[in-house]
Design a protein around this ligand. Structure first.
Ligand code: ATP
Ligand code: MG
Length: 426
């Protein structure tokens, strides 16, 4: 048997309704916030991610699916959406449009990670990227968009963590302070973090290893190193969020280890299920984002500020399921037409076609079942109504409509089924 690659998933019809609901809600929220949808390729030149994600990040160093195409060019399956959107904005001249430019996307992402609950090698994101506004109000709007989505999905026990990681003028001093702090404790760090100390010390704060997390707990706080401009930006943003009634927790441990991230960074965490070993709730980041005022230039575009977030669809859905028992299902057929005999069978195919053309979810027999097993089947698929059609019904054009829930039977005209069912509002 051929099985799917590790860390990928098949999303089956019993699960797709919850995906569809989440996608629909995300799309509605994106439209509420004035965003237009953008779609982009599944693979891009590797260089885009090296520059756009940052070549000292885990994603670029360890997690990318990179391959050579037949012409020997290095290509990579997108590990995230931001770099792709920025590339597309530059290439298509969207930077010349009215600002702010507000975009949203759904995308699958590919990262060679160690698979675990909520961590896959192919996963899905919903995201927004917004350009041309560098004010705290723009940040508040993007963060409130994520907040609206999470609230509309009914996810409970969510925490929004806020931080500012400063800008090119205040970051160097902070970097030095971090290097000084961690150099002393180098021996306690994991191998990756020892490397990070040289290349990207801020990323140590983001390490998942409990030992590194313990060492990082007393590290210098970035918020003590912010320049006047970054501090004012952050203070204004936090007071805007308070004014909107969006609760947050300041967390100087939230970092985005990219050079082009500036000022605002944030994460929403929520329980995505129970840990099978301990039985305790497992919390993960369901949505993360930040401001990247240097990124468009870094990828070869004009000077253009930007801010965005990406929400992990897989994790949003796990958190939603954990928060509520009320999981959507595929809509059941409104009617099952059960033919009796050959002539009726032909007629039934025509009736279901007409009903479907009128927007009614109708089913009939295509297997060759007996009447008895057709009725069993109609019950199994949850058809709201059934109609049995034999030679007699074809002759008179009238038949008995049976409500499967109440067993109530009504004689009706076959030609008016669509009308009757539309009135039922099923
Ligand atoms: P983490 O710290 O959990 O590894 P990240 O910082 O690598 O996350 P981002 O690049 O910020 O994640 O991606 C945005 C969101 O995408 C995350 O908050 C998460 O919800 C989701 N996500 C990231 N990696 C995975 C994965 N391997 N499987 C499922 N969802 C993921
Ligand atoms: Mg990661």
């Amino acid at each position: 048997m051929i099985i799917k690659p590790r860390g990928t998933s098949d999303i089956l019809p019993k699960d797709t309704p919850v995906w569809q609901k989440t996608e629909k809600t995300a799309r509605e929220v994106a439209e509420l916030y004035g965003c237009g949808e953008i779609r982009f390729p599944t693979f891009e030149a590797t260089e885009l991610f090296a520059r756009g994600v940052g070549d000292t990040t885990d994603v670029v160093q360890k997690e990318m699916y990179t391959f050579e195409d037949k012409d020997g060019r290095s290509m990579t399956l997108r590990p995230e959406g931001t770099a792709c959107v920025v590339r597309s904005v530059i290439e298509n001249g969207l930077a010349g449009e009215a600002m702010p430019l507000k975009l949203y996307y759904f995308t699958s992402c590919f990262r060679y990670e160690k698979p675990a609950a909520g961590r896959y090698r192919e996963f899905y994101q919903f995201g927004t990227e917004q350009f041309g506004a560098d004010t705290p109000a723009a940040d508040a709007s993007v963060i409130s968009m994520a907040d609206t989505l999470i609230k509309r999905l009914g996810i409970k026990n969510v925490t929004l963590r806020m931080n500012s990681i400063g800008c090119r003028s205040c970051r160097p001093a902070y970097r030095e302070a971090l290097v000084a702090y961690f150099t002393d404790k180098k021996d306690q760090l994991c191998d990756t973090c020892r490397e990070r100390l040289k290349t990207n010390p801020m990323r140590i704060l983001d390490c998942k290893s409990p030992v590194c997390q313990a060492v990082a707990a007393d590290a210098p706080k970035v918020t003590d190193y912010l320049c006047e401009n970054c501090r004012t930006h952050n203070d204004t943003l936090l007071s805007l969020l308070s004014k909107m009634g969006i609760e947050y927790t300041p967390d100087p441990g939230i970092v985005r280890g990219l050079d082009y991230y500036t000022k605002t960074v944030f994460e929403f965490t929520a329980p995505i299920g129970l840990d099978p070993k301990t039985g305790e709730e497992k919390y993960l980041t369901i949505c993360a984002g930040g401001r990247y005022d240097g990124l468009v230039e870094e990828i070869g575009g004009p000077k253009l500020p930007g801010i965005g977030f990406a929400a992990g669809m897989d994790r949003l859905i796990a958190a939603m399921k954990h928060s509520s028992q009320d999981v959507p299902t595929q809509p059941a057929p409104q009617i099952y037409i059960a033919p009796l005999g050959e002539a009726a069978s032909t007629e039934a195919q025509k009736i279901v076609y007409d009903l479907r053309m009128s927007g009614i979810r109708a089913e009939s027999d295509v297997v060759g079942r007996s009447l008895k097993s057709q009725m069993k089947y109609a019950d199994k698929i949850g058809a709201a109504y059934t109609v049995i059609i034999g030679d007699n019904e074809i002759g008179t054009g009238r038949a008995i409509l049976k409500n499967m829930k109440t067993s109530e039977q009504t004689e009706i005209e076959i030609g008016s089924i669509a009308l009757i069912l539309s009135k039922e509002g099923l």
